[in-house]
Write a protein that binds this ligand. Structure first.
Ligand code: SF4
Length: 512
């Protein structure tokens, strides 16, 4: 009997950008008595069904984007006589889908770190429960990943997680509803331990794959002070102090290490935090800008973001502290007009963003937007016998490119204008200009290569409707990705030790 863990994907590039962390976390959650799980990441290579034997246990983690392939993998595994267990955000939201269409014997809802072992034991006895409630675990119970099982030379960047949950409530995002609004922050030693292990293996680029790396704002602290809420104030200050402590520990790791994360724009109001990020070598951050107008921001419940010139200024602050911004924008909001596309592209340039992504409005299950949209659809259109409100079950090539009706633009107009913004932003001359964020010629060339790779992976395989364009992009990525991976690789440091806590100086924390 063997345990298999499968990360489903329709496209395999041979090389991955970021390690799918959940595979290695569940591998760590698999008791030793089952042996090392067989890990299959289909973003690298497709699953070989013949590796699954009757009586094996197959764990499949799905989110909405890979659900259809995941359900197919479940059926394949069940046909081969395996026990099939689904997990991940999509299975948590739609457990019956995994049972009815994906051949599941069991579904793990919520955090799988602890309950996975119970699901395995029940499968071994032949009596799996239909559903296991993993809930939201306290941060000190998160499992560290089994990086020793990662295939060599497969990924560009490794990933660790420092916090789950986000106190915000953006209407297009499911994180605050599924992971909760109370930030669950891991003890920093556990995270640093994983990073040390990864640097020993030769990873020097690490993604801090958090929902929101800035879970406590200065405004939150001020508000708790005004409300005389001593308990909340103590909690917020503790969380903030732990963030600083973690960044201090990062700064003591080898000087060639580089980190990047995901953060809200409010961090730009907090020079002490940005300074700590600079010292910690957190050199990149995905910032959800979403929209450039106040009306657009209001429509997605993100009016804590700024707009116009204030937005440009705020985004520029990150760069002053050495943090390069990957700005994320959404097109297709009801407030968007034809001129919004050009205005967004201009703002991205003016704000000095290093990278940008332009996604089209998609109602994802678990979000407020999805609820509203599903209600408005009623019976709705059916494609291939499937309601459009279950669009992830429609084969990819038949799926509409946009789901939300727009008051003034057709889906095709939104899609083609979005594609044009990608094309302009990632044309060679524009990339070369942005490449001045690095000095050496070799680094500038690497920047160009990575920008092109990013664009091919996310724009041409995602929003492009033209299948020739998609398959060209796939071929291009397969050729270029191994080269990019080499650029990110470092010489392994097998002797590297944890930074020694007692040697760290005391530091002041603003807001305490
Ligand atoms: S989009 Fe970002 S800030 Fe908004 S709820 Fe999700 S994780 Fe939080």
């Amino acid at each position: 009997m063997r345990v298999h863990l499968v990360n489903p994907s329709d496209v395999s590039f041979g090389t991955g950008v970021i390690t799918p962390r959940w595979l290695y976390v569940l591998a760590a959650a698999t008791p030793q008595s089952y042996g090392d799980p067989a890990i299959v990441d289909e973003t690298l290579e497709r699953l070989r069904p013949e590796t699954i034997e009757p009586g094996d246990i197959v764990g499949i983690g799905i989110h909405t984007a890979n659900a259809l392939r995941g359900l197919e993998v479940g059926r394949i595994a069940r046909e081969r006589g395996a026990w099939v267990v689904f997990g991940g955000i999509h299975a948590t939201l739609y457990p019956s889908e995994a049972h009815e269409i994906g051949g599941a014997h069991a579904v793990v809802k919520g955090d799988g770190d602890i309950v996975w072992a119970a699901a395995l034991a029940d499968c071994m006895k032949g009596t799996p429960q239909a559903v296991y409630e993993g809930g939201r675990l306290a941060a000190d119970r998160f499992q560290p990943a089994r990086w020793d099982l990662m295939p060599p030379k497969a990924y560009m960047w490794a990933s660790v997680q420092t916090v789950r949950g986000c106190p915000k409530h953006c209407s297009f995002c499911s994180v605050w509803r599924t992971d909760g609004q109370e930030p669950r922050q891991r003890p920093s030693d556990a995270v640093i331990g994983e990073i040390v292990q990864l640097r020993r293996m030769g990873f020097r680029f690490i993604a801090l794959a958090d929902d929101n790396f800035y879970p406590v704002t200065l405004e939150d602290i001020e508000l708790a002070e005004k409300q005389n809420d001593a308990h909340r104030l103590a909690d917020l200050r503790r969380l903030r102090a732990e963030r600083f402590e973690f960044m201090e520990q990062l700064s003591e790791l080898p000087a060639d290490m580089i980190f990047f994360t995901q953060i809200t724009m409010e961090a730009a109001e907090d020079p002490a935090f940005l300074d700590a990020m600079r010292k910690a070598r957190i050199k990149g951050a995905l910032v959800g800008v979403e929209a450039v107008t106040p009306e657009g921001l209001k429509s997605v419940f993100k009016d804590f973001n700024l707009s116009g010139d204030q937005l440009v200024d705020r985004l520029r602050v990150f760069k002053q502290f050495g943090v390069h911004v990957l700005g994320s924008f959404i097109f297709g909001l009801s407030t968007d007009r034809a001129e919004t596309f050009e205005a967004t592209a201009t703002l991205a340039k003016k704000a000095g963003l290093t990278f940008a992504q332009f996604v089209t409005m998609t109602p994802f299950p678990g979000t407020v937007d999805f609820q509203r949209w599903e209600k408005a659809q009623g019976e709705g259109t059916k494609i291939n016998g499937v309601s459009v409100t279950r669009y992830w079950l429609i084969p990819g090539h038949l799926r509409p490119k946009l789901y939300t009706p727009h008051p003034t633009m057709s889906p095709d107009e939104i899609r083609s204008r979005t594609q044009k913004v990608w094309d302009d932003y990632y044309k060679l001359s524009a990339i070369w200009q942005r490449a001045d964020c690095v000095k050496a010629l070799k680094s500038r060339l690497a920047f160009v290569l990575i920008s092109k790779l990013y664009r091919q992976m996310y724009a041409n395989t995602g929003i492009a409707t033209d299948s020739a364009r998609r398959s060209n992009a796939n071929r291009w990525v397969r050729r270029i990705a191994p080269l990019c991976r080499k650029l990110f690789q470092a010489k392994p440091m097998p002797e590297l030790q944890m930074p020694r806590r007692e040697e760290r100086p005391a530091f002041a924390i603003l807001g305490q």
